[in-house]
Design a protein around this ligand. Structure first.
Ligand SMILES: O=P(O)(O)O[C@@H]1[C@@H](OP(=O)(O)O)[C@H](OP(=O)(O)O)[C@H](O)[C@H](OP(=O)(O)O)[C@H]1OP(=O)(O)O
Ligand SMILES: Nc1ncnc2c1ncn2[C@@H]1O[C@H](COP(=O)(O)OP(=O)(O)OP(=O)(O)O)[C@@H](O)[C@H]1O
Length: 615
């Protein structure tokens, strides 16, 4: 049961493309350490129409009561033929429970609770957040109700459903510490790093369109960095993008009506050196390089929080050197007593860089210990056998099979992504073992969905597999036969696609949408140093995290110049948790061809560069 709460006790902390997050700051123990995650389109719609409904007034004693905010859990679709208008919070939780948790491991995902928020509570949060000027200009359009899709599932008089989540910028004390009779942690600082790793593989689908073949050489992330530099694409998190007319109108509107204070950042775009291939490499040095690259150019892929306040990354004002010194001193109090190692007191020391070194070293160690997270994540990402180009082609085939009805296709797909297959069914086994084909068995066991019977499906998947082997052997080098092999395989695949049944299209797109979700998740690595424990006395063993408690790892701190060092390894308690694992709505497929078209600019640039070199 959720305790009494009022809008004054919730404050805006962060947002993504679709959701805004509010942290609880009141005294209710049941809510403390929790966040509300509310879809911005619902919030805007309810709030802009709720002005007349009275609202909540802090001068009166009216508060949102326990009963008005009780969890309300609507029925979850359980059959493949159930259709839903859009993927709501409850369906999303069910997707995480049935599909994501078993694939990534239960210990990495905490399920949220669905709660019901009254309209006037939402209206207060909405208006206060806008009036405080906390929203980055680039995100303002998503707060305006008349430029967003009206969600027909929202009943403005009823309020909205939202999720109550654990706040991963905090860490629960490891239970082994309590059993050791140690009640006060040596450091009061909890650091938390949020990483959005993006896709850790390079596309290898023969369905990639000829104009987009640059996708065979670089990760999507690095191609998008190039496209952003060329000004061909703009990201939601960037305030420095060229603003559209809608954005400008929104900003002006809010400046006049809400008196908000909008910050502008027109800095030039600097592409990142980060490679997701390094982070997912399962090699400690490459992983560390990835984290260094992320920390040098954070974009929306790397954020750091200190005791729940964001200190680095998009959305934070960077801390001063003395802020960083205070944090370092809190983490390593012994440095101040040791004249040889008194790094944090040295006047010329770059404390910001030292703090980031400490963070990168610790996160590397933790991710090494929890290596199954990144490897499981990569396996699910690799269910992308089609690439966005292929997904658009198969989506068009499915629309054709559904007599041109996009909405029927999308309803079928939105329901299908939520339903795992039965791995013990005969169709599943038959598919996995036909022709004694090893790769097919491997592929069908990595997917949580059930392959339907359709002759063209194994033919298509076999062709995709042959092409992938060709790319591997040829090491993605360009030679004269390359285009010919790509063309042949591409056209063969198109022929198979034209023979796919409805169920086979659904199966392929289910897997693609699942991969897409995993390419867009973030995870938190949250930790606290326990100086009183060291590796030598062995009082506290290092352990991996479980569903019930965090892990313990020992870290030896030494930065490159030897400026920060310890004579012993320090114990660190930690937790790694994945967030934003929502299913991707099938509606995305409508404009996927257009989204993927941007890559032709990089392909063209490659050709122009080669031509220039030749001439
Ligand atoms: O396509 P990408 O790789 O740019 O990913 C999009 C994200 O861009 P990013 O690269 O993380 O800055 C994008 O993130 P931002 O809004 O840029 O923070 C969204 O997550 C988008 O998903 P959705 O449309 O909100 O469901 C993401 O779109 P999908 O690819 O998941 O459709
Ligand atoms: N459980 C959590 N604990 C702490 N912070 C969180 C948590 N969940 C989300 N956040 C913060 O809120 C931000 C936005 O959340 P989230 O990614 O869920 O939004 P979204 O709109 O679904 O994003 P996207 O556009 O990427 O799909 C995150 O980047 C993170 O900083």
């Amino acid at each position: 049961m959720i305790g009494e709460a009022d809008p004054d006790e919730w404050s805006y902390v962060a947002e993504g493309g679709k959701h805004a997050l509010f942290r609880y700051r009141g005294a209710d123990i049941g809510l403390s350490g929790h966040l509300l995650r509310i879809a911005k389109n619902k919030l805007a719609r309810v709030s802009t129409t709720c002005d007349s409904c009275g609202g909540w007034d802090s001068t009166t004693s009216t508060k949102i009561s326990t009963t008005s905010m009780i969890p309300k859990i609507p029925a979850i679709p359980v059959r493949a033929d159930t259709t839903i208008a859009s993927i709501d919070d409850t369906a999303s939780q069910e997707f995480q429970r049935q599909i994501i948790q078993p694939l990534l491991c239960h210990r990495y995902i905490d399920l949220a609770r669905t709660v019901h928020l009254p309209a006037y509570f939402c209206a207060q949060l909405y208006h206060r957040t806008l009036a405080n000027g906390l929203i980055p200009p680039s995100r303002l359009p998503s707060w305006k109700s008349d430029v967003i899709n009206h969600d027909t599932t929202v009943d403005i008089n009823e309020g909205v459903n939202a999720l109550l989540l654990r706040d991963h910028t905090h860490i629960s004390r490891h239970r082994r510490l309590s059993s050791l009779g140690n009640t006060t942690p040596s450091s009061s600082v909890v650091l938390s790093v949020e990483i959005k790793p993006k896709a850790g593989y390079i596309s290898s689908s023969p369905l990639v369109l000829p104009a987009n073949r640059c996708k065979y050489y670089q990760t999507r992330y690095s191609l998008q960095q190039e496209l952003m530099q060329m000004g061909q694409i703009h990201k939601g998190w960037r305030s420095s993008r060229s603003r559209t007319r809608v954005d400008e109108a929104c900003e002006q509107d809010y400046q006049s009506t809400e008196g908000s204070n909008i910050m502008h950042d027109e800095a030039a775009f600097i592409p990142s050196n980060y490679s997701p291939l390094d982070l997912f490499s399962n090699n400690t040095l490459r992983m560390q390089k990835a984290l260094v690259d992320l920390s040098c150019n954070m974009q929306n892929n790397f954020r750091v929080w200190c005791n729940g306040n964001q200190i680095f990354g998009v959305g934070a004002s960077p801390p001063t050197d003395s802020d960083c010194q205070i944090i370092l001193q809190d983490i390593f109090p012994s440095f101040g007593d040791d004249s040889n190692n008194d790094a944090v007191n040295r006047p010329n020391l770059d404390s910001k860089a030292t703090l980031l070194d400490v963070i990168v070293a610790t996160v590397t160690k933790i991710l090494d210990k929890e290596s199954s997270l990144l490897s499981n994540m990569l396996s699910v990402q690799q269910l992308d056998w089609l690439d966005g180009d292929g997904a658009a082609i198969i989506y068009e085939r499915l629309v054709h099979l559904c007599n041109g009805s996009n909405s029927e296709v999308e309803a079928l797909l939105d329901a299908a992504v939520l339903i795992p297959g039965d791995a013990f069914s005969s169709t599943w086994k038959e598919f996995a073992t036909s022709d004694n084909n090893d790769w097919r068995s491997k592929h069908s066991t990595s997917s949580p969905y059930m392959a339907p019977k359709c002759n063209a499906l194994p033919q298509l998947l076999d062709e995709i597999h042959h092409f992938q082997s060709y790319l591997r052997e040829q090491q993605r080098r360009y030679d004269s036969s390359f285009d010919e092999v790509c063309d042949n395989s591409h056209f063969k695949c198109i022929e198979f696609v034209n023979k796919l049944s409805k169920d086979a299209c659904i199966y392929l797109l289910q897997n693609w949408l699942l991969s897409l979700s995993l390419c867009d998740v973030s995870f938190f690595v949250t930790f606290r140093f326990l100086n009183e424990f060291n590796a030598v006395d062995g009082a506290l063993k290092d352990v991996r995290q479980t569903c019930d408690h965090g892990g313990i790892v020992y870290c030896s701190m030494q930065n490159n110049n030897g400026e920060l060092s310890t004579r012993r390894d320090i114990a660190v308690e930690y937790e790694v948790k994945v967030i934003d694992c929502d299913p991707k709505p099938a509606k995305k497929l409508r404009d996927r061809r257009e989204v993927e078209n941007a890559f032709r600019f990089v392909s063209k640039k490659r050709i122009d560069d080669v031509d220039e070199q030749v001439s």
